[in-house]
Design a protein around this ligand. Structure first.
Ligand SMILES: [Zn+2]
Ligand SMILES: [Zn+2]
Length: 348
């Protein structure tokens, strides 16, 4: 079968690989499509310390079952599914706290287990046991279902920071995840959703999203734009979805007193020291929240919100590319020419 294999930083090859072996304990899925994640772009440029080569990469997937081991209950051939891709151990202190996304023993699919930039994917037994396999209802199109995992990370962040009905929400960074934040904030009832982006063509792509105010960060003063749209108050919630130090530092100035900030995007290791005037947080009673990855319940909720028509995640898909052209898709993402890029393996 055709698959994209990581051999080391910047070295990803689309090549022929043996099909995964069917066992009595696994499920094999024919991949319909798999979206390119920021992690894949990292693998294609600087590499990733958690990826063990040679490894088939890709994790934001949807497909249908072509094999079910006789020891795997509850599934039927032909069913569509998507994955929560961090497979937690279920046994450690964090897993017992219900924080499987913090599990130090987790197995990330597409980094340490073979992923979905391939015609076929073997779902590891631990993923089946851990509830990481999520059924996709018929009314959720493939292009949306493939985005369940990134959407689940966004949902996790918005639950933690507490986006709620009537809120004004400012998203700093209008890449694919920023766009999903805007869509998710609307689905949670936010009535005033703003997103900051500095460059074309992403500005134009974002302007197609309904009921989202796009702020051109290169030509407009973000603080003034936020003030104008919040009666001078500032946003209830600010979400930093750009891996930018400046954005993290500025975020506290855009929130209203009593508001909250989510540091959703991470900064590179060793370049993450930032400076705040802590009086703004103290006197403003601001809440600063982190967010990392997601758990199976977040993926299930992502699929449910799409099935209920509350989020059309496929609205942020801008490019569809065959697997043998993966490098073109990676380039589109790296050069910020796209929002989400979907990769289609042959054979479906
Ligand atoms: Zn991802
Ligand atoms: Zn654990």
């Amino acid at each position: 079968m055709q698959a994209a294999v990581y051999y080391g930083p910047g070295d990803i090859r689309v090549e022929d690989r043996p099909a995964p072996k069917a066992t009595s304990a696994n499920v094999i899925v024919q991949v319909h499509c798999c979206a390119i994640c920021g992690t894949d772009v990292k693998l294609a440029t600087i590499g990733h310390h958690r990826c063990t080569p040679p490894r088939i990469i890709g994790h934001e997937m949807v497909g249908h079952i072509v094999h079910i081991g006789e020891n795997v209950p509850g599934w039927a051939e032909g069913e569509r599914l998507t994955l929560a891709t961090t497979v937690a151990c279920g046994d450690c202190s964090y897993c017992r706290l219900g924080l499987g996304n913090m599990c130090p023993n987790s197995l990330p699919i597409g980094l340490q287990a073979d992923g979905a930039f391939a015609e076929l994917l073997a779902v590891p037994p631990a993923a089946i046991a851990g509830g990481n396999v999520i059924k996709v209802p018929d009314n959720v199109p493939d292009a949306a279902a493939a985005l369940s995992e990134p959407l689940s990370c966004v949902i996790n962040a918005q639950q933690i920071v507490g986006v709620k009905a009537g809120d004004s929400v400012l998203v700093i960074g209008g890449g694919p995840l920023g766009a999903l934040h805007a869509e998710t904030a609307k689905a949670r009832g936010a009535t005033n959703v703003m997103i900051v982006q500095r460059s074309e063509p992403r500005l134009s792509l974002l302007r197609k999203l309904p009921e989202v105010l796009v702020i051109d960060g290169a030509h407009e003063d973000v603080g003034d734009a936020v003030d104008e749209n919040t009666d001078g108050l500032g946003a209830d919630v600010v979400i930093v979805a750009a891996p930018s130090r400046e954005a993290q530092e500025q975020s506290v100035y855009y929130a209203r007193k009593g508001g909250a900030i989510s540091l959703f995007a991470s900064l590179p290791n060793g370049e993450a020291d930032i400076t705040y005037d802590s009086r703004i947080i103290h006197y403003g009673e601001l809440r600063l929240a982190g967010a990392s990855d997601s758990r199976p319940d977040h993926v299930a909720l992502a699929v449910q919100l799409m099935a209920e028509g509350k989020i059309a995640a496929d609205a942020i898909v801008t490019h569809r590319v065959p697997l043998d052209n993966l490098h073109e898709g990676l380039r589109l993402m790296e050069e910020k020419q796209s929002l989400k890029v979907l990769i289609y393996p042959p054979g479906d």
